[in-house]
Design a protein around this ligand. Structure first.
Ligand code: PLP
Length: 350
């Protein structure tokens, strides 16, 4: 009996970072602190109205984001996490199995999954030897079947970011007829002045759409809310294919409260920005290959030793995220948790 699309047999399952009781979890790029009290209060208040459907149009959060980002509300589409928006991007661009989605590899593991769910074809372009997007090769991979390009900056899992010059040259090479999504899930952690705020490129490039999330710096990974900013034509299409009411009332209220408390939330990113330098330096000194990172994680290019390293860390109650056979991604956390990682890493002989 074949009740189910045969092509789903080969769909890779999304592997979440493991939560092991009693261990330090550095596997999902979360912030180890709970949301601030004011955000928790807003969430509790919204929960009291959970018998009612959420605002389908997500009006209050959209208006709030519009003010915050200084863009018109119609240029924003809120989604049930930015992973959901990635899937919606495939849905609004790809229709034939021959339609192609171009992305770097290795990059965010959701990209091949949403491409396949959308029954489109993935065209992956290897990272450069220094773990960056190879934008020249990506531009060269664009062909008449290309419908969507997914750029990830900073790149999950390698931490490298795309500079303004690189991005502008890429957009010029690709031209206006292919939708380019810039996934800025770790935007709040960027310190390199050469890395642009994608929003500043939107006016010149109506085919560019920027993705952001409340899951990382804003500490709301459990509520599932992210957003896209782009041309009204694009964001309207994203809203059309959004599963109705998928952004819950609790998520909408939590996101608004997170914006109200942005100063406190973003201030605590500063510790990660200094810790990521300390962690990387210590790992380099221990002999690991670790590219510079603009995100809240580091990439250890361990190749075939990736799973052994992850098992070694797990034995020492530190959960990291192996992407065998390429490397291991480790979230940069509080100084104490980072010390536990460094202790485990430096005792790895593998
Ligand atoms: C964590 C992450 C997201 C965020 O996903 P949500 O669905 O918003 O939780 C998006 N893109 C990348 C590259 C990420 O690493």
């Amino acid at each position: 009996m074949t009740l189910i699309r045969a092509d789903l047999d080969s769909l890779p399952a999304y592997v979440p970072g493991r939560a092991v009781p009693g261990s330090i979890k550095l596997a999902s790029n979360e912030v180890p602190l709970p949301p601030p009290p004011a955000v928790l209060a807003a969430i509790a208040e919204a929960a009291a109205g959970a018998n009612r459907y959420p605002d389908l149009a997500v009006s209050a959060l959209t208006d709030r984001l519009a003010k915050e980002l200084d863009v018109a509300p119609e240029r924003i589409a809120v989604g049930c996490g930015s992973v959901s928006l990635c899937q919606q991007l495939v849905q609004i661009t790809c229709r034939e199995t021959s339609d192609e989605v171009v992305f770097a590899w290795r990059s965010f593991e959701a990209y091949p999954i949403v491409t396949q769910i959308g029954a489109a074809t993935a065209r992956t372009v290897p990272l450069t030897p220094d773990f960056r997007h190879d934008l020249d090769a990506m531009a060269a991979a664009v062909n008449p079947a290309t419908r969507l390009i997914l750029l990830c900056s900073p790149n999950n899992p390698t931490g490298t970011a795309i500079t303004r010059d690189e991005l502008e040259r890429f957009l010029a090479a690709v031209g206006p007829d292919v939708l380019v999504a810039l996934d800025e899930a770790y935007f709040e952690y960027v310190t390199d002045p050469d890395v642009p705020d994608g929003l500043t490129l939107l006016d010149a490039h109506p085919n560019l759409v920027v993705l952001r999330t409340f899951s990382k710096a804003y500490r709301l990974a459990g509520l599932r809310v992210g957003y896209a900013v782009g041309a009204p034509e694009v964001t309207q299409a994203l809203r059309k294919v959004c599963s109705p009411f998928s952004v819950s009332s609790v998520a909408q209220a939590g996101a608004i409260a997170a914006l109200d408390n942005a100063a406190e939330l973003l201030a605590s990113c500063a510790e990660v920005m200094s810790e990521r330098v300390r962690v990387r330096d210590a790992l380099l000194a221990a002999g690991f290959t670790v590219p510079p990172t603009q995100a809240n994680f580091v990439w250890l290019a361990l190749g075939e030793r990736s799973n052994a390293f992850a098992a070694h860390c797990l034995d020492r109650k530190v959960v990291v995220r192996p992407f065998s056979p390429d490397g291991v991604r480790v979230t940069v956390s509080s100084p104490e948790e980072n010390d536990a990682l460094l202790a485990a890493a430096t005792s790895f002989a593998g």
